[in-house]
Design a protein around this ligand. Sequence first.
Ligand code: AAO
Length: 512
Amino acid sequence: MKLVILVALFGLCLAQHNPHIKHGRTAIVHLFEWRWADIAEECERFLGPNGVGGVQISPPNEHIVLNSPWRPWWQRYQPVGYNLCSRSGSENELRDMITRCNNVGVNIYVDAVINHMCGSGLGQGNNASCGSQFDAGKKEFPSIPFSQSDFNDNKCRTGSGNIENYSDANQVRDCRLVSLLDLALEKDYVRSKVADFLNKLIDMGVAGFRVDACKHMWPGDLSAVYGRLHNLSTTWFSGGSRPFIFQEVIDLGGEAIASSEYFHLGRVTEFKYGAKLGTVFRKWNGEKLFYTKNWGEGWGFMPNGNALVFVDNHDNQRGHGAGGAAIVTFWDSKLHKMAVGYMLAHPYGVTRVMSSFRWDRHIVNGKDQNDWMGPPSHGNGSTKSVPINPDQTCGDGWVCEHRWRQIKNMVIFRNVVNGQPHSNWWDNQSNQVAFGRGDRGFIVFNNDDWNLDVTLNTGMPGGTYCDVISGEKEGSGCTGTQIHVGGDGRAHFKISNGDEDPFVAIHADSKL
Ligand code: AAO
């Protein structure tokens, strides 16, 4: 009997670790700051047809609107209510987007900001994205409503009321993160309001949540909130499906709070992944690509079944959050394509690809002076839509890494090799490595300052394959390089270190 209960509890916990991705797809893309109307189009014209499993969207609820700095991207991390209108669009547009994406097999994951409301600073004004009234000074948010007693200030023991020391778990959870008004999630009333907000989204058809700032919330409080969540909508998901939960906890080691405290609740962001992979591809601190033979848990990362991984995110691509200068972003496009390619080829974790907007980066003494800049906007502050160029790239300042051929094709690679083991490893004891995924795919990297010229056992059936990095399969031919695999599974690879993309990948579906 005890065993049955234990197994049942274990099953319940693991449920929130499952992204419920459809049709054998595997990767999620973060369409940072995109408008709902554009995401709906992107699901239909690109993400569905190219096998992308889901989209992480920016926070959909009402947020403060700031004039100084002018409309920063981070205003959306300052909620002032749970009405569903934001810089990305209205509730109707949100609902339409969720429906249309689900209809083409693309899941929606909501960035849920539930640790806090807006900043306490009076200087921020009281403009809200749906026009609701609020008073940060009095801690009043009548559209929900939350008032003074729904906040944690009485529990915080620091002089400033803010988090001052990350070695003290109590202040990290009970004080204000960068002055943001900290919700008292121990209160049943607050938990119910937060759960109502999330349940409304679940009933609209979302597949789960990226939960913001989890380090700053007690695991017990989160457990109580998650316990109130509805099952996913049976219009698109099988009965009894729990929402996918992935929790933002920054744990590079050395602090009071460890990501493992959240494992039983859902997946957790593994920030070591991008920090280390960036260091390896940059060849900093004596790192070499061949050291990644035991990439994953072998590098001290969290257990595979708990990890949500990414090369960069919306914070650390501009110096916020954690990871620093090692993080490889679209600004270093050659390294970025290789790092994202490596991540997507490797079996560890649920993978998330970043899709960014460009800003006027201006680094002085290691700090980006324009780290606040919001998405491409019109003069009145409304976000520009995403135009698609004839070559399928995006215009108007939208970077669309997810549309870059190399990244798009590696998302497909990950789907094709799903479930296959990491196999046939080869390295030159430096920065040239290769590995396969059973007999379904094989990838070779040259991040050395000299050419690669080698014959390798790919583990793949004999035949001619299109390299999906330099091109792809089109009809009965390849638009890029062809790779000939012999009957013995061996193939010859030549990769110049001078290539814009010094890596090659083949998979079962790129065979001629
Ligand atoms: C803005 C202004 C503030 C103002 C506030 C209120 O910038 O000056 O006080 O409004 O008016 C985003 C922006 C913030 C913005 C906020 C609200 O990034 O700049 O504040 O919206 O508009 C911590 C949290 C983590 C958080 C991260 C940014 O733990 O949860 O800070 N990320 C999420 C979102 C993020 C958002 C929020 C949370 C808030 O993704 O976009 O903020 O909703 C250490 C700790 C980390 C800590 C970092 C940064 O990291 O471990 O937990 O993250 O510090 O404070 C090495 C260490 C690493 C360390 C890092 C940095 O890498 O190994 O552990 O250095 O020191």
